[in-house]
Ligand binder design. Structure first.
Ligand code: ADP
Length: 399
């Protein structure tokens, strides 16, 4: 089962995207609907609210009078905490029930208006953010929802900013155009990314990769890596000592293969092996055929052993290296990025090698392409290894 978080500011078009995804076959879990359901007449939720806030919060027909509740519950921080203490666990429980009831091969879309505000992105396999500029949203809220302009603006300003949403979104869906513009975009996302992502996740398979190709540096690589790291952190819990963005995409301005390299630092190889299932469960299956980095000359090869995972999402290639704290490969990965960030000549030298490696892999795909690429890169890494350690103040002898 794939878990997709869907969010966006009021009037951006979440419900519209949710409808399209549902038509394509997604299982929709709508947090606004759940929030109403758990306090409907006859529920324990409504009874608890009455016990806390008195029956002044009931309308004549016995249903919840929302404005009356709001007047009481938003009056003080304590009252607000009481309200949340009643509703949040019920919403959480109902959400979990609905997700558990979805089929094993389901693509569950959780429509959560406050996903960004509540930091829920790391618990999703992917976050979709529907974007539209403020003026467009205000106009829609006035036209279609009868909310007056000042009220619409005030509500929009109380929510996350566009910048915060952009940082949280793996996929940004622009809905500032005509109503029909979104449908083909969402359909393509569904067919090309969500459906294969779900199938890969369920099978414990990585997504296939195309030819080895260097691309111009993407200024969003760092933010993309932060989202991946946040998800990995949830899966690893305290088994990860640290999780870092490493490799070329961690160096601003450097052309690179469009693959994010992430390093999870663990205490020992047993812990690395314990992470196997938890990483697979969030779409990072282990690649069993690779068990080590290339040991550098003069070091103990046993301390270059690592685990490597690749990801199931065909829309964003990620390699996750699980390395042991203090072993040379773990230290080198961090030092290499530090060296490149600090030294323009080092970046130029590395780029030249990457270009040669890319040329060597031209026309090849899959493992053959990687092999041809590495045939150029590996010898360079051997000669650069002592220089990186020296430049970053590390002692090769301690390896
Ligand atoms: P949200 O769920 O994010 O608050 P909705 O999907 O309900 O937003 O959209 C808000 C309103 O704007 C709805 O009445 C919807 O029909 C309308 N709407 C959505 N997308 C567009 C669009 N591209 N152009 C014009 N109106 C739109």
């Amino acid at each position: 089962m794939l878990r997709i978080g869907l969010t966006g500011g009021m009037g951006a078009g979440k419900s519209t995207v949710a409808r399209i995804l549902t038509e394509l076959g997604a299982v929709l879990v709508d947090s606004d609907v759940i929030a109403r359901e758990v306090v409907a007449p006859g529920t324990e939720g409504l009874a608890a609210l009455v016990a806390a806030f008195s029956d002044d919060i009931l309308a004549a027909d016995g249903s919840l009078d929302r404005p009356a509740l709001a007047a009481k519950a938003f009056a003080t921080d304590e009252a607000r905490a009481t309200l949340n203490g009643i509703t949040h666990p019920l919403v959480g429980k109902r959400t979990a029930e609905l997700i558990a009831a979805a089929p094993a091969d389901g693509i569950v879309v959780q429509d959560i208006p406050l996903l960004v505000e509540n930091g829920l992105g790391p618990f999703m396999n992917l976050v979709l953010v529907v974007m539209a500029d403020t003026e467009t949203r205000v106009h829609r809220l006035e036209t279609f929802r009868g909310i007056d302009r000042d009220d619409a603006l005030a509500r929009i300003q109380a929510q996350a900013t566009d910048e915060q949403r952009r940082a949280a979104g793996d996929v940004l869906l622009d809905n500032s155009g005509a109503p029909g513009d979104l449908e083909p975009v969402v359909r393509e996302l569904w067919e090309r990314r969500l459906v294969p992502f779900e199938a890969n996740l369920r099978a414990g398979a990585r997504a296939p990769r195309g030819a080895v190709r260097l691309v111009e540096p993407d200024p969003t690589w760092a933010a993309q890596a932060r989202r991946v790291i946040a998800r990995l952190a949830v899966a690893c819990g305290d088994k990860a000592r640290r999780i870092d963005h490493i490799g070329s995409t961690a160096v601003a301005g450097l052309p690179a293969k469009d693959v994010l390299d992430i390093q999870i630092t663990v205490a020992d190889l047993e812990v690395a092996d314990e992470l196997r299932e938890s990483l697979r469960a969030i779409g990072f299956p282990r690649l069993d055929h690779i068990t080590t980095d290339d040991p550098k000359p003069g070091t103990d090869p046993a301390r270059w052993v690592k685990r490597i995972h690749a990801n199931a999402d065909p829309g964003r290639a990620v390699n996750v290296h699980v390395r042991v704290d203090g072993w040379p490969g773990q230290r080198f990965a961090l030092a290499f990025v530090e060296w490149l960030r600090a030294d323009a000549a080092a970046r130029a030298e590395y780029l030249e090698i990457k270009r040669k490696a890319e040329a060597n892999a031209a026309g090849l795909t899959g493992p053959a392409a990687i092999e041809a690429y590495l045939a150029v890169k590996t010898p360079w890494f051997e000669q650069v290894y002592p220089r990186v350690l020296a430049a970053t103040g590390q002692d090769a002898a301690s390896e």
